[in-house]
Design a binder for this molecule. Structure first.
Ligand code: NDP
Ligand code: MG
Ligand code: MG
Length: 340
């Protein structure tokens, strides 16, 4: 079992007096910047002119260009979209790194897949809250925190672990618990989780169930409720009390169906496919394909995205959600989801 570290085991003095640059002010960036500032640390936000710049300024933060913020900071946390990080790093951060600085990430992708190669004379570590930025901020304001993972890639100063823990404490994670990981483990499990289970697995399961009912002649609206809408109720129960707690709340008929039919749908064959997905992540094939897709301006990504928007489940869903004003629309809050 993993070892969990809490606030009282963390010395934040190593980070006091250092300047922390938060590069990016999106989902994670705003939460890290504001939480660290309110924890008493010296924070500067690095951005380009635009929406985030105005927001960070309005929130009372010191805002500079990425290059300026990186230059004056001792600790540089990169909270840009993963696809943009290599270019911004090359253009505005690399030349501003000084010996003994710390380069920090909230996801290991670019280091693990060698899209960013830091110099040898800086610390490189990871502090990854296990929740979306808005939850990281809200729980902090409530006096609590979201658990985080930390991992060390390069310990030049000999203080990387203490710095990582102090940073995690500053964003509030030490109130919940901080677990040690590696860049490899964080990156590969994060990608696998979102592909096989949370995003890819769940959307494919929902669509397959919906299509099965509709193709058998049932009304799409009814199929939508059964295969998509109600999923939230089940997931909430699992989130609160695990599979056992969820099964306690459903009917015995539903539980019996869970036991006998679940393994007919998700079986050894499915697990073999999951293993293929994991292999592509471990060998770097997935990362390579995604990097090339971005370099080509996302032809497949955009085509699939368009086709998915036109799926019957989406048309029916848009109409049904209009009937349910209590279902909060999140059209403009795409980052408020479980994964990045
Ligand atoms: P967002 O997409 O929410 O935010 C991106 C920010 O980067 C915006 O402020 C944007 O500003 C800025 N930005 C984008 N391009 C540039 C550029 N070229 N120059 C300067 N600023 C730029 O990112 P996330 O918070 O989702 O992700 C950040 C990191 O955190 C990633 O590594 C991700 O994997 C990780 N992470 C994310 C989680 C999440 O819940 N979202 C959870 C755990 C980790 P502008 O307004 O100018 O576009
Ligand atoms: Mg039912
Ligand atoms: Mg992810």
């Amino acid at each position: 079992m993993a070892k969990v570290v809490y606030n009282d085991q963390i010395q934040e003095d190593v980070l006091k007096g250092k300047k922390i640059a938060i590069i990016g002010y999106g989902s994670q960036g705003h939460a890290h910047a504001l939480n660290l500032k309110e924890s008493g640390f010296d924070v500067v936000v690095g951005l380009r002119k635009g929406k985030s710049w105005d927001q960070a300024y309005e929130d009372g933060l010191d805002v500079k260009t990425v290059a300026e913020a990186s230059k004056e900071a001792d600790v540089i946390m990169i909270l840009l979209p993963d696809e943009n990080q290599p270019q911004v790093y090359k253009e505005s951060i690399e030349a501003n790194l000084e010996e003994g600085n710390a380069l920090v990430f909230a996801h290991g992708f670019n280091i693990h897949y060698s899209q960013i190669t830091p110099p040898e004379n800086v610390d490189v570590f990871l502090v990854a809250p296990k929740g979306p930025g808005h939850l990281v901020r809200r729980t902090f304001e409530e006096g609590a925190g979201v658990p985080a993972l930390y991992g060390i890639y390069q310990d030049y100063t000999g203080n990387a672990r203490e710095l990582a823990l102090a940073y995690a404490k500053g964003v509030g994670a030490g109130r919940a618990g901080i677990l040690e990981t590696t860049f490899q483990e964080e990156t590969e499990t994060d990608l696998f989780g979102e592909q096989a289970v949370l995003c890819g697995g769940a959307t494919s399961l929902v669509k397959a169930g919906f299509e099965t009912l509709v193709e058998a002649g049932y009304q799409p609206e009814v199929a939508y409720f059964e295969c998509l809408h109600e999923l939230k109720l089940i997931v909430d129960l699992m989130y609160e009390s695990g599979l056992e707690g969820m099964r306690y709340s459903i009917s015995d008929t539903a539980q019996w169906g869970d036991f006998v039919s679940g393994p007919r749908v998700i079986n050894d064959e499915t697990k073999a496919r999951m293993k293929d997905v994991l292999t592509d992540i471990q060998t770097g094939k997935f990362a390579k394909d995604w990097i090339l897709e971005n370099q080509a301006n996302r032809p497949q990504f955009n085509a699939i995205n368009q086709a998915e928007k036109n799926h019957l489940i989406e048309k029916v869903g848009r109409e049904l959600r209009d009937l349910m004003p209590f279902v909060k629309q999140r059209a403009n809050a795409k980052k408020e989801v479980v994964s990045d």
